[in-house]
Design a protein around this ligand. Structure first.
Ligand SMILES: Nc1ncnc2c1ncn2[C@@H]1O[C@H](COP(=O)(O)OP(=O)(O)OP(=O)(O)O)[C@@H](O)[C@H]1O
Length: 531
């Protein structure tokens, strides 16, 4: 019998009478990796929040059942209790301090300190931080993970992939860590970075650390986990060794039906006049930390889906974020023949341009507000939609707002208790869908989408990509789509620009070979191109 570290017995959880977990049972051995998969909203994060003592659980009435860690029943009231008991968690969103260095972030609250005259009289809290020792500690943790990141660098300057490794390095730096929960740690990583992380997980497991690993990339789950739990609508529908499962079986168990059913293919072909330019970008530069754009020029024709690919940190995310005014920007951008006032977000939105940001919680959503507000808000503010006049005064037409929200809840299969639910109470993947709905509701002529399927489950990915295709074909929306997933760009784009070191390395056809894309991404030049 293996040595058990963690056991869940009949764990259940409801939010306001809505049951999201029911009779969940599982065991996790010491030094083992447990994969947790399920559709968006299946209950994965909620289960992890229970184990880690996130305050939202206690504040919403606690949970049913028992969690046993190392033979003892636990009920952490907050994450500090969990950390003290050797349980760490890496969340979907980062918890780093941007103005601190890598070493400062990794050793935060665990700093090595040096004695001095004052501390010898007044106690340990007057000791000073031993920066050198902390740089060594931080370097050791990063070495364990197998990544090459400078401990002296500031976190604000880094690409997201590096930030993810820093989060994990911080968890393994804690003394006596027994269990690390990782909620979609590879979602923001490139394939190479994800491979490094997977090797690191194996190494951590061989050191005796147990890991719970949540990912929508099922191949990774099958590749690295000892056992896999499939959650569907809050219930464990399968729990067995990964070597007894394959990709199709996991995907089928997750959605509870054949995946094919969800595909609503959009077939209509379209004709693009390459001389009918909707946006012309010339010599764009953007000062987005970790995603600097140096000098980028491209033209997009009306009706196109134009993809932007590139490795993390090369500047692809900087392009829409600069044009829409999230970061300092310069250059010349013409929209339908008129100069755009770069940086003036409201003016740009008024012209019929919309943006779905990769940072859904930071800039994408009004977290405290209900879904229907989120979906209708920009269209109401910018385009005066969903307003009704009473005695000459404009009032919000709540009925219309709810109506449009319900349409998107249906068409994008947003898992929610209703359009009144607050955005912050949706699962990550469903928040992402609300961001898309919010942009679609503006019926834009030009739509920038950045990482549209990040955090979206395998079944819903197709749905999201099809919804983009549909708005492109039926509403005549031109799309500029930035993504780390080359395959999804190749599945819907007409042309794809590859960004390397802040510049366009080349523009390819989606039919070009993955090798060609790979060469451009790594800064090599190739024969020919497609402009
Ligand atoms: N604080 C909350 N209040 C009300 N409902 C909540 C709250 N947190 C989560 N939920 C609901 O619980 C369900 C499960 O959400 P959870 O975040 O656990 O899903 P998930 O499996 O992690 O999804 P994803 O893959 O999208 O991250 C969802 O329907 C969500 O709306």
């Amino acid at each position: 019998m293996q040595d058990i570290l963690l056991e869940a017995k009949n764990v259940g959880k409801s939010f306001d009478g809505n049951t999201v977990l029911k009779d969940v049972n599982f065991k996790l051995g010491k030094g083992k990796i447990l994969g947790l998969v399920g559709e968006n909203g299946a209950g994965k994060s909620t289960l992890m929040n229970i184990i880690f003592g996130m305050s939202v659980i206690d504040e919403t009435g606690g949970y049913d059942g028992e969690i046993i860690l190392d033979g003892e029943k636990i009920n952490f009231k907050n994450p500090i209790d969990a950390l003290n008991a050797g349980v760490g968690m890496v969340h979907q969103e980062f918890n780093l301090i941007p103005g601190f260095t890598v070493a400062e972030n990794i050793t935060l609250n665990m700093e090595e300190t040096k004695k001095n005259v004052i501390s010898q009289v007044l106690g340990k809290k007057y000791e000073i931080i031993d920066e050198k020792a902390n740089i060594t500690i931080s370097g050791n943790s990063l070495d364990t993970l197998g990544v090459d990141i400078d401990s002296n660098e500031y976190v604000s300057e880094m690409p997201v992939g590096h930030k993810q490794f820093i989060e994990i390095a911080r968890e393994i730096t804690r003394k006596d860590v027994k269990l690390i929960i990782m909620d979609e740690p590879t979602a923001v990583l490139t394939e190479t970075e994800a491979d490094i992380l997977i090797s690191a997980l194996r190494k951590l497991a061989s050191m005796g650390i147990s890991i719970i690993f949540i990912s929508h990339r099922l191949r990774e789950i099958l590749n690295v986990c000892d056992d896999i739990i499939v959650l569907r609508d809050g219930v464990v529908v399968e729990n067995k060794p990964s070597k007894e499962m394959d990709l199709d079986e996991v995907a089928r168990l997750m959605v509870g039906r054949d995946n094919e059913e969800r595909k609503k293919e959009v077939h209509e072909e379209k004709v693009i006049d390459s001389n009918d330019i909707i946006i012309d970008v010339e010599n764009l530069w953007v000062d987005m930390p970790g995603e600097q754009v140096v000098d980028v020029s491209f033209k997009v024709a009306k009706g196109e889906i134009f993809g932007i690919a590139g490795l993390a940190g090369q500047g692809k995310l900087g392009i829409p974020n600069g044009i829409l005014g999230t970061y300092p920007v310069g250059g010349k951008v013409t929209f339908k023949g008129e100069d755009l006032k770069l940086g003036d977000t409201l003016k740009i939105l008024e012209k019929g341009i919309a943006f779905v940001s990769e940072d859904r919680r930071g800039v994408g959503l009004l977290l405290e507000e209900p879904i229907y507000w989120n979906i209708a808000f920009n269209a109401m503010q910018v385009q005066n939609k969903y307003l009704k006049k009473i005695l000459g005064i404009n009032f919000r037409d709540e009925g219309k707002m709810r109506e449009v929200a319900d349409e998107y809840i249906e068409s994008l299969a947003i898992k929610t208790t209703g359009s009144d639910q607050k955005a912050q109470n949706l699962s990550g993947g469903n928040q992402q869908k609300v961001c898309l709905a919010k942009a679609f509701a503006m019926d834009p002529e030009l739509l920038f989408v950045s990482e549209p399927t990040r955090g979206i489950d395998v079944g819903a990915k197709e749905l999201v990509l099809n919804s983009l295709k549909k708005t492109n074909r039926e509403d005549d929306t031109t799309i500029v789509m930035v993504s780390s997933e080359l395959e999804e760009l190749r599945s819907i784009c007409d042309r794809i620009a590859v960004i390397c070191e802040g510049k366009i390395a080349g523009i390819l056809s989606p039919k070009d070979s993955p090798e060609k894309f790979g060469l451009l991404m790594s800064g090599e030049s190739i024969e020919g191109g497609y402009n």
